[in-house]
Design a protein around this ligand. Structure first.
Ligand code: HEC
Length: 118
């Protein structure tokens, strides 16, 4: 009786640990989830910036090839890491303290994927 309860308890702990670890790595590594959680409020899920915040900030349409051509991957990386300011006002906050270099790299690729041929 005692043995059985113990085995059950151990496997419950293992299951919780496994779910915890797996759940964590799935969110941390998923660029779409990162985009939706941190960026979509302004840029929109599709990058077009058709959101309340996007309109207020007169955000550029990231699906527009002209907009895509207006910045390099290095510019995009810097914007995400250090934020965007205009005339001393923060338009986009810095994410360097929140996201890892790898996550930012993935987000730059994600931004590029919005480009639609016109
Ligand atoms: C508070 C609103 C807001 C949030 C949240 C936001 N951005 Fe921005 N982002 C802006 C604004 C405003 C600009 C300035 C250019 C524009 O008007 O589109 C910008 C510009 C950019 C640019 C273009 C940089 C350039 O050199 O032109 C990229 C790339 C970008 N954002 C990616 C992201 C990513 C990735 C996230 C999430 C980690 C994010 N943004 C979150 C508002 C936001």
């Amino acid at each position: 009786m005692k043995m059985k309860a113990r085995t059950l308890a151990n496997s419950t702990v293992a299951a919780v640990l496994f779910t915890g670890l797996f759940g964590w790595s799935a969110t941390a590594g998923d660029v779409t989830q990162n985009w939706n959680a941190n960026c979509a409020a302004c840029h929109g899920k599709d990058g077009k910036g058709e959101t309340l915040m996007g309109r207020r900030l007169q955000i550029k349409d990231l699906a527009d090839p002209k907009v895509q051509a207006s910045f390099t991957d290095a510019d995009a990386t810097k914007a995400i890491k250090d934020g965007v300011t205009e005339n001393g006002r923060t338009k986009m906050k810095a994410f360097g303290g929140k996201l890892s270099a790898d996550e930012i790299k993935d987000l730059v690729a994600h931004v590029r994927s919005f480009k639609s041929p016109k």
